[in-house]
Every structure is written in structure tokens, then in C-alpha cells.
Ligand binder design. Sequence first.
Ligand SMILES: Cc1cc2nc3c(=O)[nH]c(=O)nc-3n(C[C@H](O)[C@H](O)[C@H](O)COP(=O)(O)OP(=O)(O)OC[C@H]3O[C@@H](n4cnc5c(N)ncnc54)[C@H](O)[C@@H]3O)c2cc1C
Length: 413
Amino acid sequence: MNATSLNAPVLIIGGGIGGLVLALELAKRNISSQIYEQAEEFSDIGAGLQLSPNAVRRLKNLGLETALGAVISAPDQICLSDGLTNAHLKNIPLGHSVLEKYGAPYWVVARKDLQAILLAALEEYDCVSIHLGKKFINYTQNPPVVETNGLIRAHMEDGSTGEGVLLIGADGVWSRVRHMFAQEQTPQQTEMIAWRALIDADTAPQLFKNASDLKNPSNLNTTGPNSTQVWFGPNSHLVQYRVMGGDKINLVAVTKGKALTKDWASDLPAEALFEEMRPWNKSIRQAVMAVEGWSAWPLMMLAPFKPWSRGRAILMGDAAHAILPFLAQGAAMAIEDASLLAELIENHPDQPDKIVDTFQAQRFRRCQRVFSKSVYQLQFYHASSYLAHIRNLGVKALPASWMLKQYDWLYKY
Ligand SMILES: Cc1cc2nc3c(=O)[nH]c(=O)nc-3n(C[C@H](O)[C@H](O)[C@H](O)COP(=O)(O)OP(=O)(O)OC[C@H]3O[C@@H](n4cnc5c(N)ncnc54)[C@H](O)[C@@H]3O)c2cc1C
């Protein structure tokens, strides 16, 4: 039996980046899928995403290089600075250095651009159906144990159902699929808020324009048209990079803070951000205060756990492992999950137990490592007082090439 002769489609719950990439990976292999997304339409929330070489490699393999090429920015470097003084600490080269070292580039993209490209690519395939406004509530498996010809049925809030060979929970950090069989695994509130804004580059505060403009002499060792800028502050940090062909600047600040709701974009007023940045360098804080449209995203985390599956239901992406954004790897891990899952479904179409076992066996340690490193990176980014001083001395002293090498295990994958 080969993949094309599967007797039912793969059901994908959630049309986020993970669910869309999985559907495309399957379609490329001629495997049909049904996506069930609770939203009535695809929204453009989410601002920017950094796509490291491990993610870009897979997106290129899906044939998206040309489409992405029109909308991504390829920063030539990451500039690290101190948020208390605005002093420059180090530039870590990206651009050609990363391409040569890892065989794939480091890109940044607006989430809505990546989403639009994935949706356009999916339109080419008859074997993919996307159902919007479908909120998954539960599943039934018949027979309940995994047998060769068994099926799994997904039930939606509106009473509709779908039947498939596998049900993939790509439904994010508050996964309902996970709730069905691992109710005890609940995301942890971090008491940190990610503040996000997407602003026009033309009218942006000068400080943000300069920081991503390498013609500015304060951006040392410059070699190309743009850079990603990170400022470390006490218990906080700020990142900026250009997206949408350089027309927009994506800003993300992470500070301490309590969310008002568990939802992504809660209504927390931006004054809370300005207050958390009170100790920061005056010009950075003023630039932050001049930006309108900050939205607050409560940061959750969920360590990888076992098992990620029950029978024919499998979790992937944030549903299985919600990783703090300090390594910019959450979407990248969802993309890696999707490509391995599709490969396993293709190779073992009539062995669902083998698919679920191999998936967890191959993904667990890597996701755990990325999860732990992200927590470590939080301590590094948000250090204060003498620890911040030691961090800054270390960053200044260490060669940039050595710093990049620390990510070999992550980016070569
Ligand atoms: C501030 C911040 C910055 C980040 N920056 C980066 C970065 O630079 N690089 C990176 O790789 N990652 C980054 N991430 C992480 C990344 O955004 C997530 O890890 C990634 O979006 C997870 O994708 P997903 O498809 O698993 O889940 P999601 O994107 O959450 O998608 C889940 C989908 O499922 C749908 N859904 C939920 N419940 C149901 C239901 N019951 N029925 C039907 N549909 C349902 C939702 O509506 C949603 O569309 C960042 C995260 C944050 C918070």
C-alpha cells in the first residue's frame, strides 16, 4: 500500500503555520488532508517571524523560495546592544556567513506574508480542503486501538464531522486535541508579556530607522542593507527587524507582566510596557513610547511531554511543545514537526502506530533541547545588575564566529 492509497484523508486541526505547512508537505506527496480552522477567516495577527536556516531549508524544499524571496528580508547581521545605555556590544554576521555555514539563509518575514504564500501554494492541490469556522471539540476512534483499517472521527462545535486515518492536533498552545488525552498538560503562565508592533519604516522613530539601516555609522562592521537589532534590558529586551520588503519594521519587546486574559492579544494598555522600560536608555524608551498600536501577547510555555499521541491522534507544533520566543524557534519547530510527520505518513501509510512512535522518538529530544535553551536564553537576555555587566563583558570579548557556532546544532538540522 502506498501513501496515495490511504483510505481516508489526514485530518489537521488548526490552520496556523504548523497546520498549513503539514498540509503542503502531505500534498507534495500526493496525500490528501482536511484542515479544520476555528477562525472564520485567516487573520494577519502575529507580526514578524525570524526564520532560521533549519526552517528556511524546509520551506525551500517545499518550492516556496521564489514566493518568499519577494517578501522576506535577509538581515546581514544581528546587532546586540545594551538597553540601559544603548551601547553597542557586538555584531553577529548572518547573510553569507550563515548561508555558507548552514546551506540555507536566515530570513525574517511578516507572519501574514508566510501565511498567504502557504495558502496560495495549497490552492494548487485538489487533495487539500480548508474548512474555516470549524471549531474542533472532540474525536472518536473506531476501533479505539490502532488497527490497520481503523479511522478517527473529528467532531466540530457546529455538529459537522470529518473522518480520517490520522488526526493531527496543530491547534496551538491551548490545544483542544491535547486536552482530549493529556488534560494534565497545561501551559504555564510565564508572567511575561510580548509586546508587538508592526510600523511603517518611513514614519518610524529615527532610532528604529537607524538601527536597521547599515548606512548608519553606529552600526559597526556593516556589510549590507539591513540588520536585526536586539537590546538587552533589565528583566526585558527589545528586538527589531524589517519585514515586507523593508517597508515595515517589526518590533517585539518582552517584559515582566501579567496578562488580563489567556488569549493571544489581550487588552493590556501599553503604559505597562512604558513603565517596565523606565530604567532603559531615554532615547530607546522615547522611541518605544512614540510607537502606536502595541499589542500584548501573554507568553505561555509547555515543556515537551510524553506521549504526544493517543491512538490515531497526534500533537505537533505549539500543541506539543510551546517554546519561549528567546531562540525564535516556535514556528521553526512546528515546520520541522510537519516535515517529519509527512515523511513518516508517506513511508508507513498503513502503520499508524509506527508513525506516532517514530515521530515522538525523533522529535522529543530536539524539542526538549530547544525548550531548555530558550529558558536559558531568557536569563541571558533579561539579566540585570552585575549579571548584566558580566554578560556585556562576555559578549564584547567573545568572537562573533564563536557565538554563531553555538547554534550549529540548531541550524544545521
Ligand atoms: C512574541 C513571539 C515571537 C515569536 N517569534 C518567533 C520567531 O521569530 N520565529 C519562530 O519560529 N517562532 C516564533 N514564535 C513562535 C510561533 O509564533 C509559534 O510557535 C507558532 O506560531 C506555532 O504554530 P502552530 O501552528 O503550532 O500554532 P498556532 O500558530 O497557534 O496555530 C494554531 C491554530 O489552531 C487554531 N485552533 C485552535 N484551537 C482550535 C480548535 N479547537 N478547532 C479548530 N482550530 C483551532 C487556531 O485558531 C490557530 O489558527 C514567536 C511567538 C511569540 C509569542
